[in-house]
Write a protein that binds this ligand. Structure first.
Ligand SMILES: *Cc1c(COP(=O)(O)O)cnc(C)c1O
Length: 388
């Protein structure tokens, strides 16, 4: 028995992809970034849906996520690990042609050793340091790397050259990102000069892909935008300002959230003036209230920080969360909603006809939930895909 469910809207996903392709053009490959269990959407459900919409390149953080993609994919997509791999599973990675980032010798040499044993090729993307100072090879380290590549052509296939920007969603970082882009270009030239063909060049995440055309190269790694969210208000404003004049800046923009979250009212009661609701003396009733209980709590990922601090949608009206979020339930004020009854639908995140509650990475307004919550939705809650 599940007390809530997550709905993935395939039509909205298609719309988002269409919108992104319209901006970046059709020649640039979209790698769908699905780390953090597809930003909380669940890899298991999201991957087959994305494949049906034309995606065949996925970027994950670790091999654990690669396993899940492999298990639930209905096709034969390229899977690229951008972060952690362990030697325990390196055989599996090589045998399944999973691509992975290389940013130091240790990783390359370990993988090479296994590849030789298996008589297979490792498929690598060299990540270079351009100024994020997280992972990445520097200019000085490259010549030695090139030697290893040349000497081991039988066991190494260079699939790509890449880097990551230090926060392209914020205009405050513009100068730093520009410096990174210029430094990255020098690496590209250096690879060419050394006749090292690196097939796919990629650097941009959602924000850079939208705001800096020169960072698109052969492929963009799109995370947040495919799920229907702007990376930041600045990126959204950038896009709006570039649109042809005459368009209403407040007109709905062509990104639509893929995910919604629903439950049902479990119980309704009336509470008299001067009583408290729920645990502790947190919520004092000042006028007689009608209170509903929703069987979702922080164990489901509905964060305790939302206590007294968020809304749900019931019968096309916003209803305020009152009192403290419990482990398995929370309460809402139904006083202003007529004819509400047990079993009525409760939208925790999503849209009724006129009201919407969204996840958002940047806005703290009352009907937005913090994006971090998205990644914490309990994986056990069933996901249902709807076509529209
Ligand atoms: C998360 C991530 C992305 C995607 O970022 P979005 O802003 O969600 O588009 C791209 N590249 C790397 C290396 C990442 O870690």
């Amino acid at each position: 028995m599940y007390t809530s469910r997550i709905i993935l809207n395939k039509e909205n996903y298609k719309k988002n992809l269409k919108f992104i392709s319209k901006i970046i053009g059709t020649k640039v490959i979209i790698s769908s970034v699905i780390k953090g269990d597809a930003y909380g959407h669940s890899i298991k459900s999201f991957v087959p849906m994305a494949e049906e919409c034309g995606i065949n390149h996925f970027s994950v953080f670790s091999e654990d996520e690669a396993f899940v993609v492999k298990k639930y994919s209905k096709g034969n997509p390229t899977i690229m690990i951008m972060g952690a791999i362990s030697s325990k599973n390196i055989n599996w990675i090589i045998e399944n042609d999973i691509e992975f980032y290389v940013f130091n010798y240790q990783r390359l040499l370990t993988a090479l050793k296994f590849a030789k044993r298996l008589k297979k090729k490792i498929k690598i993307h060299i990540e270079v340091e351009t100024g994020l100072n997280r992972t990445g090879l520097s200019e000085e380290e490259l010549p030695q790397f090139f030697d290893i590549l040349r000497e081991n052509k039988k066991n190494i296939e260079l699939k790509g050259l890449c880097t990551h920007f230090a926060g392209a969603e914020s205009i405050a970082n513009y100068y730093r990102i520009k410096k990174q882009r210029i430094r990255f270009k020098k690496y590209i030239d250096f690879f060419e000069k050394n006749k090292i063909n690196c097939k796919l060049i990629h650097a941009a995440s959602s924000a850079a892909a939208i705001t800096m055309p020169k960072t698109r190269f052969d492929m963009v790694r799109v995370g947040i935008m495919q799920y229907g969210f702007w990376p930041s208000a600045e990126v959204q404003m950038f896009y709006m300002s570039k649109r042809k004049s005459g368009i209403d800046p407040l007109a709905p923009v062509l990104l639509a959230p893929v995910l919604s979250w629903e439950s049902k009212i479990m119980s309704i009661k009336s509470v008299n003036k001067s009583e408290y609701i729920g645990y502790s003396n947190n919520y004092l009733v000042s006028n007689k209230m009608k209170i509903g209980t929703v069987p979702v709590g922080y164990s489901d990922g509905y964060s305790r920080t939302l206590s007294d601090n968020s809304y749900v949608i019931i019968k096309n009206k916003l209803a305020k969360v009152v009192g403290i979020i419990n482990m398995n339930l929370f309460q809402v004020d139904l006083t202003h909603i007529e004819d509400v009854k047990i079993g009525d639908k409760v939208i925790l995140v999503g849209k009724d006809s006129d009201v919407e509650i969204k996840f958002n990475s940047f806005d703290e307004r009352k009907n937005f939930l913090n994006y971090e919550i998205l990644t914490k939705i309990d994986k056990k809650i069933p996901r249902k895909i709807i076509e529209n």
